[in-house]
Design a protein around this ligand. Structure first.
Ligand code: PMP
Length: 365
């Protein structure tokens, strides 16, 4: 009996039967460029500060942590700027949990969330886990999404929640703020919560604006961020959002008590107080990202413009074969299941070279 047959014997919810879990391969190979982590690791001074902060928490570990994680919310607000304060901030164990809490509060049975595929693969899974219906909007053939098209689709479907991923995963491209504004206005009649998922915002090209600048006067707008990418803290699990204070009040109704451990809070606060050091590699990652775009173009491939730390590229006849051939060379990238395309994370210069050299050889041979 295989895993799925065994699962089928349990009294699982009908709507979860036959579903597949999030499953990016976790393989032990030298060059890991498949889940858009920051491959530079945590700098020594930030590591020392985090160690001290965590050590200081151990004494009180018999007690529950600050349920309101006030210090962390203050530090997040001061990192984001834009006139935000702790009332505007909320956090959870990764932005995945933030998004899940948003669906618990604003989605749920009888309600719908909408995304614009190809986009972050967790949106439909989070919807299904929370019993929320999921509607798939459409993009143009080049994967772009115009303000007119997005607004028209939101008006037509009147979802309770909309996900706008910017920069978008897996395509890497950021949305203009005109799209966010148009979608927000289109959702007025249906009182749609508009979530702009800015997990990769720190990697944006100069001149790409954040939806944080639109929060003022828009109580249904939520901007989601994470410390998993630019901050190189994927293992610490800290995601957060900025919004009107009443959104955080809604999430207080669905979060588990003490959901952020004292260790997580201490780690994140120490990291934010050392943000200059932690974010120091962002520029180098952007250089490697731009290098990937330009070298893939030279190889005759078609990379999408990227504001993130990864590149989505087309022109690959057999993506699964190229993915496997790269893996055989110790380079793990991502086959996102889109015909003719693959996605690669921008790593260190050496990791990026390993990918580019490997790919060139595969395409030549
Ligand atoms: N949003 C997007 C667009 C992502 O790509 C990811 C991670 N791959 C997340 C959210 C969730 O990241 P985390 O839970 O680590 O914050």
């Amino acid at each position: 009996m295989d895993q799925f047959e065994r699962l089928g014997q349990l009294p699982l919810r009908d709507d979860l039967r036959g579903q597949h879990p999030y499953g990016a391969p976790m393989l032990d190979v030298p060059v890991l460029l498949n889940v858009n982590e920051n491959t530079f690791g945590v700098p020594a001074d930030a590591k020392a500060a985090i160690m001290d902060a965590v050590a200081a928490e151990l004494e009180g570990l018999n007690r529950y942590p600050d349920r309101e994680f006030t210090t962390l919310r203050q530090e997040l607000a001061s990192y984001l700027g834009h006139g935000l304060n702790e009332e505007n901030l909320w956090a959870a164990n990764g932005s995945n949990e933030v998004l899940q809490q948003l669906l618990q509060a604003f989605g749920g049975p009888g309600r719908t969330a909408m995304g614009f595929p190809p986009t972050y693969s967790m949106y439909p899974l989070l919807a299904s886990g929370t019993g929320t219906g999921y509607l798939e909007g459409v993009r143009a053939a080049d994967y772009s999404l115009s303000a007119e098209s997005a607004a028209e689709q939101v008006r037509r479907h009147a979802p309770n929640v909309v996900f706008l991923c910017s920069p978008n995963n897996p395509t890497g491209t950021a949305l203009g703020l005109d799209v966010v504004k148009a979608v927000y206005e289109a959702g007025e009649a249906s009182q749609t919560i508009v979530i702009v998922d800015e997990a990769y915002a720190e990697f944006s090209k100069t001149g790409t604006a954040s939806a944080l600048s639109l929060l003022e006067g828009r109580p249904r707008l939520v901007v989601s961020r994470t410390m998993s990418k630019a901050f190189a803290l994927a293992g610490a699990r800290l995601g957060y959002l900025a919004s009107a204070p009443e959104v955080a009040d809604a999430l207080r109704l669905v979060r588990l008590p003490y959901h952020l451990s004292a260790i997580t809070q201490a780690t994140a606060v120490a990291a934010l107080r050392n943000s200059t050091s932690l974010l120091a590699n962002v520029e180098q990652i952007k250089v490697q990202r731009d290098r990937i775009v330009s070298e893939l173009t030279d190889m005759g491939l078609t990379p999408a413009p990227s504001d993130s730390n990864f590149v989505f590229f087309g022109g690959i006849e057999k993506p699964a074969d190229v993915w496997a051939a790269l893996l055989a060379q110790g380079v793990l990238i991502r086959d996102v299941g889109i015909a003719g395309h693959l996605r690669v994370t921008a790593g260190t210069e050496a990791e990026t070279s390993a990918f580019l050299t490997g790919l060139r050889a595969i395409l030549a041979g």
